[in-house]
Design a protein around this ligand. Structure first.
Ligand code: ADP
Length: 481
């Protein structure tokens, strides 16, 4: 299949319902073999400002649509995503590298947020509160915040977009989105389907740009933008938060993680190994909820490591388009070098590599198991964002809780065990926004995804996800006598 002749292969920016060409372009390459996939419009700050103006105009109308009308268009967008899942997934694998089966999973997962928020659009309820005085009545309504500036990363080029855009549009907001410069094609394909679904011009705009700085600058300083929603690194999240402070913009941040994966001695070890594989090696370890630190209670250490080793040895590394592949390439050279350095530091401080540990040709890193890791090593403080399983041991529950919480991050955490009282204690003690209990898979549109501490704030998905795009207003009615 020649992707370039597909209607979902778009290389222009999408502003005010029109596909916008730019003389200047930037290249998008396949991380598998560095081949060129597309030259995409390189927008500048002026284009971003123009898109914001158009989104602002569109907001005046879109926010007045009935919830039912907004819902219908979102539903149509959802259906179109499902109808085109194969093409969307192929594009995603080409620009991002993940195995095709994972790409299909991501597109379906991403679409599920559109369906969910199409339904939630109709449930933006207010309140009637008993008045504080005899002649007073109090009512509460929720209103869309306005134009939303969204910035998304490369690791989930499709789902990170729908998780923000669907609740925003459902709430009655309009959006200017800047996708990652590494993976803009999935975003543009979603825009093509949004156009077909019938969103009015200006409701959903995409600014593609090689240099994210001026775009971020415009989104955070333009007064017409009322909210910034960002998924990406903690460093850039802090920068955007700082810039948004000048206008006290509403902000949602989904930033880095340092997920602990704890296995207690009473756990179902086979299930724990299974959960560990999923939470560690999905997307070649490049997700913000990937297991970063595996804590094993001493008595089950050997059994767990043996079983995990056997699974890791079976992983096939290769082209995401090849159905035999479990682990695709990493996104770029610096990601590979970072993991090499993390292992060098760890082994210099006493860690032992059991499997893998080396880079392979191209942007591949061999699935790795490293044991005897301790908190003094960089690998325990930084997001690995690669296919490296790092194993620690612990003796007691108290000890492992302290170790698990000893990080600036607080996104996902996981643990396996059977004692129900301990399950409650540990789940409550973990300083994380999400806890997987006997489960390595926690992402779903029906639950609130998000973090605490330096992993950010705001929630995506579930009934909570739409709140980030709404302002609460109360009306105090006097003179009711
Ligand atoms: P990652 O390490 O996952 O690439 P980044 O935080 O660098 O995370 O990138 C996530 C998103 O933030 C991307 O869309 C990227 O273009 C964007 N980005 C990076 N730097 C800036 C910036 N200075 N201003 C606005 N957006 C930025």
């Amino acid at each position: 299949m020649d992707i370039t002749s597909n209607k979902l292969y778009k290389t222009k920016a999408f502003i005010d319902g029109a596909w916008v060409n730019k003389v200047s372009t930037f290249s998008v390459t396949n991380p598998f073999d560095n081949s060129l996939i597309a030259n995409v419009a390189d927008c500048d700050r002026q284009d971003c400002k123009h898109a914001i103006d158009k989104a602002f105009e569109a907001f005046q109308k879109w926010s007045k649509f009935t919830a039912g009308k907004r819902s219908k268009i979102l539903k149509k967008w959802y259906q179109l995503q499902l109808e085109n899942v194969d093409t969307l997934a192929r594009l995603l694998t080409l620009e991002q590298g993940k195995p095709l089966a994972e790409a299909v999973g991501e597109v379906r997962y991403g679409a599920s947020f559109v369906e969910w928020f199409a339904e939630e659009a109709k449930r933006i309820y207010g309140d009637v509160i008993p008045g504080h005085m005899k002649d007073k009545r109090i009512t509460v309504i929720k209103q869309p915040v306005g134009v939303v500036g969204a910035i998304t990363p490369w690791n989930f080029p499709s789902a990170m977009i729908t998780r923000k855009v669907a609740p925003a549009l459902a709430a009655g907001c309009t959006v200017v989105l800047k996708p990652s410069e590494l993976t803009p094609l999935s975003a543009l394909a979603l825009a093509q389907l949004a156009e077909e679904a019938g969103f009015p011009p200006g409701v959903f705009n995409i600014i593609t740009a090689k240099n994210p700085k001026p775009i971020g600058e415009e989104l955070t300083t333009n007064k017409k933008v009322k909210k910034i929603s960002f998924t990406g690194s903690t460093a850039i999240g802090k920068l955007l938060l700082e810039k948004s402070a000048a206008q006290v913009k509403k902000v949602s941040l989904e930033l880095g993680g340092n997920a602990p994966f704890i296995v207690f001695e009473d756990a179902d070890i086979d299930a724990a190994v299974e959960g560990c594989m999923i939470s560690k090696f999905r997307n070649a370890g490049q997700t913000c909820i990937c297991t970063n630190r595996i804590f094993l209670q001493e008595s089950i250490h050997e059994e767990f490591v043996d079983k995990l080793s056997k699974k890791i040895e079976q992983l096939q590394v290769g082209n995401g388009l090849d159905t035999a592949t479990h682990v695709g390439p990493m996104i770029n050279e610096s990601a590979v070098v970072k993991d090499e350095n993390l292992l060098l530091d760890a082994t210099s401080k006493g860690a032992e590599i059991r499997i893998g540990g080396t880079r392979l040709d191209g942007l591949f890193f061999s699935p790795t198991l490293v044991c005897k890791v301790n908190p003094s090593m960089d690998i325990s403080k930084q997001e690995i964002f690669g296919p490296i399983a790092a194993v620690y041991t612990f003796k007691t529950e108290e000890e492992v809780i302290t170790l698990a919480n000893d990080t600036d991050y607080g996104l996902a955490s996981y643990f396996y065990g059977r004692d129900y009282a301990r399950i409650w204690r540990v789940a409550e003690a973990l300083e994380y926004g999400m806890v997987g209990i006997n489960s390595g898979m926690i992402s779903t549109n029906v639950a609130p995804f998000g973090g605490v501490k330096q992993s950010g704030f705001g929630r995506e998905g579930s009934k909570y996800g739409i709140e980030d795009y709404l302002n609460v207003k109360y009306m105090c009615w006097g003179g009711v006598v």
